[in-house]
Ligand binder design. Structure first.
Ligand code: ADP
Ligand code: MG
Ligand code: MG
Length: 868
C-alpha cells in the first residue's frame, strides 16, 4: 500500500486519504502557488496505527524515510545536519477540518548540533535559538505531554527578571539560557535527555499526531459536528519557512471574505517576526491585514492576488494561512472557511450573482440546520467566551435566552408583566405551565426529553428551551436550583442556549438577525427547486401566521387538545371528563363547542385556503385533571362537587401505561359525542370562515388507528355531523377525512385502512415509540448510552430511524397507494423538520412534511436538497 504521498502526487479530491490540509497543499502545489514542499502520510496509515496496537508499521516508516530523503535532495538540506539543516513541521490534517483540535509541531530537526548549522546558514543566532526553544516546548507538550505551563513559567520569569514586556525583547543570550532550562524540564519530566536524533524526533511526532485524533477536545468537536470517529487523521511533513527571522518576516491568517457577515473583503490578521501559533495564542496582539498594505505593499499585493486565485479556484470563501520569510511569501494552508449562517447565505448568493456557481450548488452548500441560527436570537460569541458554564441539558428548542429564574408559571407571568426578562425553570413542565412558557424568554427543565411537552411546545412557539438538564436539582417549593455545590435562587440570572443545551451563570449578551435581503433571495431559489410541500404543526392562529411568514404551505397537524388547556375553557373540559353519563357529558361539550368553533374559525382565516389538517382529541383524559390532593380539593370547590367524588374520578381515569391506554380514537369510540362535537365545531368554523370570504380546506384526522374497524366506525359519525352543519348553514365546503398512521399494525394493514381514509399522516413520534417499544418519556435514561455505545447511530426520536421505522412508513405508503394511487401522504412527527428525515420522506413519495414553525425554512431547504 502507498501510505505516503509527496505534495505533487495529490490533489484536492483526495481529502479522504490525505486529509483536507494535505489535499489542499497538494492542490496548491499543482496550481503553482508558493507552498513549502513536503509529503503527506495518509489517514489509512493512521487507522492502521490504531488497528496495529498503536504501533507504526515498518512499511510506513520505510516510505516516510524514502520521501524524507527525496525532500532532503530537493531542498539541498539534511535533517539534523550541522550545516544548512532541514527543519520540518509535522502537521495534523483530518478529512473534515477540525481547526485547532489536533496537534502540530514546528521546527522539528533541531538539536544541539543542527542549531549551530542553522546559525551558520542563516547568520541569525537569535532566530536559531528562538526556533530551538519553540521546538523543545512544542515537542515536549505535544509528543510527550509535558505541561505547557512549565515552559511558560520559565519564559515569564525571565521576562520579569529582565523587565521585558514582550518575547521580542529576549536576547540571544537569554534564549540560550532558556533552551538549557527547557531541556532540563524535559529531563525532569521524562527521565531522559531531550532526543537529539532527528529521525527519532520525527517518528515520535508522527505518532503524537496520530494520537491527537483521539484527544478529548477532538472527540468533543467530532460529536458536536457529527464527524465519524473512525476516519483518522493524515500527517503532513513540510519543510519549514520562517516568519520569525526578523522584521521583514511574519505570519498570518486571512479569510477571503468576512466570516461573520460574508462581506466580500479580505479579513485577517498577521504578526511581524512571529511563528505559527503566535497569531492566535494572544501573546501579542496581531495587526489587521489592512496594515500589511502599508507595511509591506509588495507582499500585500502578492497575497491579495493569491487569495483571489484561491477563491476562484475553489469557488468558495477560503481561510488561508501564510508566512513571509525575509520578504518572500509562502502559503501554508487553505480551506473553505467556517462561517456563520448569515455569512454562508451572503456568500452563496454573491457567488451565484457573480456566475461562479449555480443555484443548485448554492442550495447544496447550506447546511439546513444552520438556518436555525438565523431564525432565533443567539448569544454574542465574544460574550460566550467569558461566560461560565453551569450545566448541560438537551438542546430542546434552539435560540438563546437570558432572564431571571422563576419556578412557577404564575410567577413567570407576573414578573414578565412587570417587564422583567424571565426564565421558567421547572423540574418538568405540564400543559398547565403553558402561560408561563409564553411569558418566559426561555424554558429550562431538569427532566424530559426532546419530545417532552416542554420541548414540543417550546419549538412550536420558537422559544428557546433546554430540557432534561439532569445535573440540576430544581426545588420548586424552596424556589431554588442546586447544581453541585452551587445554589441559584429565584430572581437570579441564568442564560440558556437551546441550540447547544448549555446553561450559563448570569446574563450573557445576545445578537439578533433579520430574514430579509439575501435570505429571502436564497429561500426563493429553494422554493423554485423544491417539489415537496412543507407544512407546519400549529395549534392556534398566532403560530399559523408565524409559520406562513416562514413559508409554510398548510397545517400538517393542529392538535386540538392544546386549545383545551386555556384558562377560560378548562372548567368545561373538566366537567366533560367528570361527567358520569352521556347527558352530562353532552352538556359540558355544548359549552366547549363555541370555543372550538372560534379556534377553527381563526385558524381557517389565518390559513386562507391553505390545507388544514385537524387532529381529533388525542391524549388520555387524566392529563386534564389535577393529581395532588390540594389541587383536587380546590378544583372540587370550584366545580361545586365533593372532593371525594372528584378524587374517585381521578383514580378511575388513572392508567398504568397511559401512552398505550385510553387515548386517540379509542376515546372517540367510547365517547362518540366528543368526536361529534369536534366535527361540528370544525364544520361551523369552516362555515364562518367561508362566509368571511375565505377559502377553507379542512382535513379531519383520526389519531391512533390500529384497526380499520375503528375508522370504519368513526368516519360516518364525523361525516354525518359535518354534513349536517353544512346543510344547516347552506354552505358547502370540500373536506377530507383521514388518519394518522402511528401504530405498527396500521402500517402493516395500511391497504385496508386506505379504503376508508382520504389521507395518511405519519405520526413518527408514536410510531418510533411503539415500533421500538421505547417509551419516549423514559427513553432519555438509556438512549444516550445506546448512541455512545454504537447500538444506535442516532436518537431515533430526533432522526427518523430508516431501516425499521422508516420501513414501516414505506410499507404503509406502498400498501396505501396500491389501493388508492392518489392517497395523500404526509408526516407530522418531530422528524418532519429534520433534514435527513425530510430526504427520506421525499424518497418515499410523501406529498408533504410538517414541522414546527421555526423549522419550516429548514425543511424547505432540506426538501430542495433532496430533489437536487
Ligand atoms: P492547525 O490545523 O491547528 O491550524 P497547522 O498544521 O495549520 O495547525 O499549523 C499551525 C501553524 O503552524 C500554521 O498556521 C503555520 O503558521 C505554522 N506552520 C505549520 N507548518 C509550517 C511550516 N512548514 N512553516 C512555517 N510555519 C508552519
Ligand atoms: Mg492551520
Ligand atoms: Mg401520536
Amino acid at each position: 500500500t502507498k501510505f505516503v504521498y509527496s505534495f505533487d502526487e495529490g490533489n484536492k479530491d483526495m481529502r479522504g486519504l490525505l486529509g483536507g490540509k494535505g489535499a489542499n497543499l497538494a492542490e496548491m502545489t499543482n496550481i503553482g502557488l508558493p507552498v513549502p514542499q513536503g509529503f503527506t502520510i495518509t489517514t489509512e496509515a493512521c487507522n492502521d496505527y490504531y488497528e496495529n496496537d498503536l504501533k507504526i508499521r515498518q512499511e510506513v516508516i520505510d516510505q516516510v524515510e524514502d520521501k524524507l530523503a527525496q525532500l532532503e535532495r530537493e531542498q539541498g538540506k539534511k535533517l539534523g545536519s550541522d550545516n544548512n539543516p532541514l527543519l520540518v513541521s509535522v502537521r495534523s490534517g483530518a478529512v473534515f477540518s477540525m481547526p485547532g483540535m489536533m496537534d502540530t509541531i514546528l521546527n522539528l530537526g533541531l538539536n544541539d548540533t543542527s542549531v549551530k548549522g542553522l546559525i551558520d546558514s542563516t547568520k541569525n543566532e537569535r532566530f536559531s535559538y528562538d526556533s530551538y526553544r519553540r521546538f523543545i516546548q512544542m515537542f515536549s507538550d505535544v509528543a510527550m505531554e509535558v505541561p505547557k505551563y512549565k515552559f511558560e513559567n520559565v519564559l515569564d520569569k525571565m521576562k520579569e527578571a529582565k523587565g521585558y514586556s514582550s518575547d521580542l525583547d529576549l536576547t540571544t543570550d537569554d534564549l540560550k539560557v532558556i533552551v538549557e532550562e527547557f531541556k532540563k524540564i524535559y529531563k525532569d519530566e521524562i527521565g531522559e535527555d531531550f532526543p537529539q536524533d532527528p529521525k527519532k524526533q520525527l517518528m515520535l511526532a508522527i505518532e503524537a499526531v496520530f494520537r491527537s485524533w483521539n484527544n478529548p477536545r477532538a472527540i468533543v468537536y467530532r460529536k458536536l459536528n457529527d464527524i465519524p470517529g473512525n476516519l483518522g487523521t493524515a500527517v503532513n511533513i513540510q519543510s519549514m519557512v520562517f516568519g520569525n527571522m526578523g522584521m521583514s518576516s511574519g505570519t498570518g491568517v486571512a479569510f477571503t471574505r468576512n466570516p461573520s457577515t460574508g462581506e466580500n473583503r479580505l479579513f485577517g490578521e498577521y504578526l511581524i517576526n512571529a511563528q505559527g501559533e503566535d497569531v492566535v495564542a494572544g501573546i501579542r496582539t496581531p495587526q489587521s491585514i489592512d496594515t500589511l498594505k502599508e507595511e509591506m505593499p509588495e507582499m500585500y499585493d502578492q497575497f491579495v492576488n493569491i487569495t483571489q486565485k484561491l477563491e476562484a479556484h475553489y469557488k468558495d470563501m477560503q481561510d488561508i494561512e501564510f508566512t513571509i520569510e525575509n520578504g518572500k511569501l509562502y502559503i501554508l494552508q487553505t480551506r473553505n472557511g467556517k462561517r456563520t449562517a448569515k455569512a454562508a447565505i451572503n456568500v452563496v448568493v454573491d457567488l451565484v450573482n457573480a456566475g461562479t456557481i449555480d443555484k443548485e450548488e448554492a442550495i447544496m452548500r447550506i447546511e439546513p440546520n444552520q438556518l436555525d441560527q438565523l431564525l432565533h436570537p443567539t448569544f454574542d460569541p465574544k460574550a460566550l467566551k467569558s461566560a461560565e458554564l453551569l450545566a448541560k441539558g438537551l438542546p430542546a428548542s434552539p435560540g438563546a435566552a437570558t432572564g431571571k429564574v422563576y419556578f412557577h408559571a404564575d410567577d413567570a407571568v407576573l414578573h414578565a408583566k412587570e417587564g422583567e426578562k424571565v426564565l421558567l425553570v421547572r423540574q418538568e413542565t405540564s400543559p398547565e405551565d403553558i402561560e408561563g412558557m409564553v411569558s418566559a424568554e426561555g424554558i429550562l427543565t431538569a427532566r424530559g426529553g426532546m419530545t417532552s411537552h416542554a420541548a414540543v411546545v417550546a419549538r412550536g412557539m420558537g422559544k428557546c428551551c433546554v430540557a432534561g438538564c439532569g445535573e440540576l436539582r430544581v426545588d420548586e417549593a424552596a424556589r431554588e436550583i442546586r447544581c453541585g455545590d452551587r445554589i441559584i435562587k429565584e430572581g437570579q440570572y441564568l442564560s440558556i442556549d437551546g441550540s447547544s443545551g448549555c446553561v450559563y451563570l448570569g446574563s450573557v449578551e445576545m445578537t439578533s438577525v433579520e430574514l430579509v435581503g439575501n435570505f429571502e433571495v436564497f429561500m426563493n431559489w429553494v422554493d423554485e427547486i423544491r417539489d415537496m410541500m412543507v407544512r407546519t404543526n400549529a395549534d392556534n392562529p398566532r403560530d399559523a401566521k408565524k409559520a406562513i411568514e416562514f413559508g409554510a404551505e398548510g397545517i400538517g397537524l393542529c392538535r386540538t387538545e392544546h386549545m383545551f388547556f386555556e384558562e377560560d375553557r378548562i372548567p368545561a373540559v373538566r366537567e366533560m371528563i367528570i361527567a358520569e353519563n352521556v347527558e352530562d357529558r353532552v352538556k359540558a361539550l355544548d359549552k366547549l363547542l363555541p370555543f372550538q368553533r372560534e379556534d377553527f374559525h381563526g385558524i381557517f382565516k389565518a390559513m386562507d385556503g391553505k390545507p388544514c389538517n385537524i387532529r381529533l382529541l388525542d391524549p388520555p383524559l387524566h392529563e386534564f385533571l389535577p393529581h395532588d390532593d390540594a389541587s383536587i380539593e380546590e378544583l372540587a370547590k370550584q366545580m361545586g362537587i365533593r372532593p371525594s367524588d372528584l378524587k374517585k374520578r381521578v383514580v378511575d381515569l388513572d392508567e398504568f401505561n397511559p401512552m398505550l391506554g385510553h387515548r386517540g380514537c379509542r376515546l372517540a369510540v367510547t365517547y362518540p359525542e366528543i368526536c361529534i362535537m369536534q366535527a361540528r365545531a370544525i364544520a361551523q368554523g369552516a362555515v364562518l370562515a367561508t362566509k368571511d370570504g375565505h377559502k377553507v380546506t379542512p382535513e379531519i384526522m383520526v389519531p391512533l388507528v390500529g384497526h380499520v374497524n375503528e375508522l370504519k366506525m368513526l368516519r360516518p359519525l364525523i361525516e354525518e355531523a359535518v354534513n349536517e352543519e353544512f346543510e344547516k348553514a347552506g354552505v358547502k365546503v370540500d373536506y377530507t377525512v383521514g388518519t394518522m398512521i402511528e401504530i405498527p399494525r396500521a402500517c402493516v394493514t395500511a391497504d385496508e385502512i386506505a379504503e376508508v381514509a382520504d389521507f395518511f399522516s405519519f405520526g413518527t413520534n408514536d410510531l418510533t415509540q411503539m415500533g421500538f417499544g421505547y417509551s419516549r418519556d423514559d427513553a432519555g435514561k438509556f438512549l444516550g448510552e445506546y448512541v455512545d455505545k454504537g447500538i444506535l447511530e442516532k436518537d431515533p426520536f430526533q432522526v427518523l430511524e430508516q431501516k425499521g421505522i422508516g420501513r414501516l412508513v414505506q410499507m404503509a405508503a406502498e400498501l396505501g397507494r396500491g389501493v388508492k394511487p392518489n392517497l395523500k401522504l404526509g408526516i407530522c412527527g418531530e422528524h418532519g423538520g429534520e433534514p435527513s428525515s425530510v430526504e427520506f420522506c421525499y424518497n418515499t413519495g410523501l406529498n408533504y412534511v410538517s414541522c414546527s414553525p421555526f423549522r419550516v425554512p429548514i425543511a424547505r431547504l432540506a426538501a430542495a436538497q433532496a430533489t437536487v
